[in-house]
Design a protein around this ligand. Structure first.
Ligand code: M6R
Length: 611
C-alpha cells in the first residue's frame, strides 16, 4: 500500500504534492518520488527514505511545474530503493510517468511479454510493468486516455494510479480498481489522491471515484468515465476532521492520539445515547429489522481491530446472549464456512481499506447465510463503509500514528452500542441497559483519570525499555487487552512481546519465566481476580518480575518482585477500555526511550491495502 497524489493547477504544484505526500505517509514511507511536467519536459526525483528527504531534494533542485504526480511507497514487489521508488517512467525517452498503489497480479506474465518486445525494465516492481503496459498502447492515433483504457483491461489485481505524459502536458489520467482514489477541487485547480486527507489544504471539495472509474484532470476540469460513459460523482465539502492533522503541543501523533481518547470516545457516543438508552436508529433506518432477525454474529478484522472483536465476543455472549465468532480476516477469507442462517457479519476497521477485512466483507455480502453486513469503521468515505449494508462510524477523528490507539477504544465503545442494541432484543433488561449506558457515558472522565498515570508509567518504562522480551497476561475480556498491549509494545519499541491467557501460562510459556522476562498483567476487580492472582503467584515462585495494572480494589501491593499500578476501573463491562490506556502509555514511553520512529515504525504502514 502506498500513497499517491496528483495536481494540475494554475501555479507550481510541487508544494501541494509534497504536503499531500506528508499526509499520506501513514500508507507507507520507505521511499518517495515526484514527477512534474514543465518547459524541460518530464522531470523526476526519487529517493529511498521518507518524504522529508524528498522535500529537501526538491527544494535543493528547485523542481517546479504546474502538472505533477507524487508517491510514498510501502514496498511489496522489490526492496525499498531509489530504483524501485515511484514514479516509474516508460515509453520513448521516458515519455510517461506513473504512480501506483495496489498490486498488479499478472505482472510476471506481462513482464515476460514486454521483455519479448525488447523492453528493458529499470526496477523490480509490478508498477513499472503497469507503466510499460500503458506506454505500449501510445501511438499516433492513441493518446494517453486511450492507452490507459487499453492497459486497465489487460492488468489483473488492484490499482489506483495517476499518469502524466510529456506529449500531453496539461493533463493527468487516473484510474481505480480496488484501491481508493479521490479527486479534489480547489481555487487553483484539480487534484488526485489516495485519501481526501492529502488534499485538504488545496481543495474545498472532493469526490470519491468508484471501481472501474477513469478520470482526466486538468487545471480547469475533471471528467470521469466508467466504461465508455461519462459519469458524475458526488462532490463533498471538506469537514474539519479531514483538515486537522497537526501535532499541537505533543511530540508524536501517537501520544496526541492517546491523550485525545476521552474526546474521541465522547464523539463516538454523541447523539447515540440518551436518557439511559441507546438510540435504536444509530445503524440506520433499516437496521431494526436486521437486528430483530439476527441469530448469531461473525466478526472479521485484523491487528488491533481484531483485538476489539475479541473483546466484543465476550460482551455479546454475556450481555446480549448471542453467539459470536471472531476470526482474523486473512484467515476468514480463505476458509470454507458452515455458517448458520441469520448471522450478522461485522467488519471492524479503522481505515476501512484493509484488504483482508474488505475481502472478508465482500465474501459475507455474497453468502446468503449472512443476512446483513455491518462495518464499524473510522473513515466515512472508505470502501468498507460503501460495501456494507449498515455502518457505525467510530468518529475518532484522523488517526495518523501507525500504532492504533484512539481507533481501538472508539471501536470498543461503538461495539458496546451494538451489543446493547442486540441485547435489548434478547436478554438485556432495561435496568442493565441503563447501567451499561451509564458506564459508557462515564468513560471520557475515567479515561482522563487513567491518563494521569502518564508520568508514573514513563518512570516505569526506564526499567522496561532495555528488555528484549516480555509476557502480557490477562483473563476473560482482558486477555484481548493483554494481546493489544503486547502488540503495541512490539510494534513501536521492537521489544518482543507475547500475550497469554493467564490460565494457559503453565501449559508451556511458564518455562520462559526468569528474572530477565518481565511479566505484565492486567488485573481488573472481577470474578476472575482470584484465578489471576494464583497465576501470578506461579510467576513469582519462578523469580519472574511482575508489573501489574490493577483496579485499586483488587488488593495488590507492590514488593520486590511486583510493581503495582492502580487504576480506578470499578465498572466491569467497560473495564477493558480503561486497562488499554496504561498499556498504550507503557509502549509509547519504552519506544521514546529507545528512540524508535514512534509514529512510523520500521517495516509497517498504517493502512494495509494489500494482502
Ligand atoms: O485499518 P484497520 O483497523 O483495518 O487496520 C488493521 C491493522 O492493520 C491495524 O489495527 C494494525 O494492527 C495497527 N497498526 C496496530 O496498532
Amino acid at each position: 500500500m502506498c500513497g499517491i497524489v496528483g495536481a494540475a493547477a494554475r501555479q507550481d504544484v510541487t508544494s501541494a504534492l509534497l504536503e499531500g505526500l506528508k499526509r499520506l505517509e501513514y500508507r507507507g514511507y520507505d521511499s518517495a518520488g515526484i514527477a512534474v511536467l514543465n518547459d524541460h519536459g518530464l522531470q523526476r526525483l526519487r529517493c529511498n527514505g521518507k518524504v522529508a528527504e524528498l522535500v529537501q531534494e526538491t527544494e535543493s533542485t528547485g523542481l517546479s511545474g504546474q502538472v505533477g504526480i507524487a508517491h510514498t511507497r510501502w514496498a511489496t514487489h522489490g526492496a525499498p530503493s531509489d530504483r524501485n521508488a515511484h514514479p516509474h517512467v516508460a515509453g520513448m525517452d521516458g515519455r510517461i510517468a506513473v504512480v501506483h498503489n495496489g498490486i498488479i497480479e499478472n505482472h510476471a506474465a506481462l513482464r515476460k511479454q514486454q521483455q519479448d518486445r525488447g523492453i528493458a525494465h529499470d526496477s523490480d516492481t509490478d508498477s513499472e510493468i503497469l507503466a510499460c503496459q500503458i506506454a505500449g498502447h501510445l501511438s499516433a492515433q492513441n493518446g494517453l486516455l486511450d492507452a490507459v483504457r487499453a492497459a486497465v483491461d489487460e492488468v489483473e489485481g488492484s490499482f489506483a494510479f495517476g499518469v502524466i505524459d510529456r506529449e500531453d502536458p496539461e493533463r493527468i489520467i487516473g484510474a481505480r480498481r480496488g484501491s481508493p482514489l479521490v479527486v479534489g477541487h480547489g481555487d487553483s485547480g484539480y487534484y488526485l489522491a489516495s485519501d481526501p486527507l492529502a488534499l485538504a489544504e488545496v481543495s474545498s471539495q472532493y469526490c470519491l471515484l468508484q471501481n472501474g472509474d477513469i478520470v482526466m484532470i486538468s487545471e480547469g476540469e475533471a471528467v470521469v468515465w466508467n466504461g465508455s460513459e461519462t459519469v458524475v460523482r458526488e462532490w463533498r465539502e471538506f469537514q474539519g476532521t479531514e483538515v486537522q492533522s497537526g501535532l499541537g503541543d505533543y511530540e508524536h501523533h501517537m501520544q496526541k492520539e492517546i491523550f485525545e481518547q476521552p474526546d474521541a470516545v465522547a464523539q463516538t457516543l454523541e447523539g447515540r445515547i440518551e436518557t439511559g438508552r441507546v438510540d435504536d436508529g444509530i445503524l440506520g433506518p433499516d437496521a431494526g429489522t436486521v437486528l430483530d432477525a439476527t441469530r448469531a454474529v461473525q466478526i472479521a478484522a485484523c491487528g488491533t481491530s481484531y483485538h476489539a472483536a475479541l473483546v466484543a465476543r465476550h460482551w455479546l455472549e454475556r450481555h446480549a446472549g448471542i453467539h459470536c465468532q471472531v476470526e482474523i480476516a486473512s484467515e476468514f477469507r480463505y476458509r470454507q464456512h458452515a455458517q448458520d442462517p441469520g448471522t450478522l457479519f461485522i467488519a471492524i476497521s479503522q481505515s476501512g481499506e484493509t484488504a483482508d477485512t474488505l475481502a472478508a466483507l465482500e465474501m459475507a455480502n455474497q453468502d446468503p447465510n449472512y443476512h446483513a453486513t455491518l462495518a464499524i469503521c473510522n473513515v466515512a468515505h472508505s470502501s468498507m463503509v460503501q460495501e456494507s449494508d449498515l455502518t457505525l462510524l467510530t468518529h475518532a477523528g484522523p488517526e495518523i500514528g501507525v500504532a492504533s490507539t484512539k481507533a481501538f477504544v472508539t471501536q470498543l465503545t461503538a461495539l458496546m452500542l451494538v451489543v446493547i442494541l442486540l441485547g435489548r432484543r434478547r436478554t438485556l433488561a432495561p435496568e442493565a441497559e441503563s447501567d451499561l449506558v451509564a458506564q459508557l457515558a462515564n468513560l471520557p472522565t475515567r479515561i482522563g483519570r487513567v491518563l494521569e498515570l502518564d508520568a508514573g508509567i514513563a518512570a516505569l518504562s526506564k526499567q522496561f525499555a532495555n528488555r528484549h522480551h516480555a509476557l502480557f497476561l490477562g483473563r476473560g475480556s482482558h486477555y484481548p487487552i493483554a494481546m493489544e498491549g503486547a502488540l503495541k509494545l512490539k510494534e513501536i519499541s521492537y521489544i518482543h512481546a507475547e500475550a497469554y491467557a493467564a490460565g494457559e501460562l503453565k501449559h508451556g510459556p511458564l518455562a520462559l519465566v526468569d528474572e530477565d522476562m518481565p511479566v505484565v498483567a492486567v488485573a481488573p476487580n472481577n470474578r476472575l481476580l482470584e484465578k489471576l492472582k494464583s497465576n501470578l503467584e506461579e510467576v513469582r515462585a519462578r523469580g519472574g518480575r511482575l508489573y501489574v495494572f490493577a483496579d485499586r480494589r483488587s488488593g495488590f501491593q507492590s514488593d520486590d518482585l511486583m510493581t503495582v499500578f492502580e487504576l480506578d476501573a470499578p465498572e466491569n463491562a467497560v473495564a477493558p477500555i480503561l486497562f488499554t490506556v496504561p498499556l498504550q502509555l507503557l509502549a509509547y514511553h519504552c519506544a521514546k526511550i529507545k528512540e524508535t520512529d514512534i509514529d512510523q515504525p520500521r517495516n509497517l504502514a498504517k493502512s494495509v491495502t494489500v494482502e
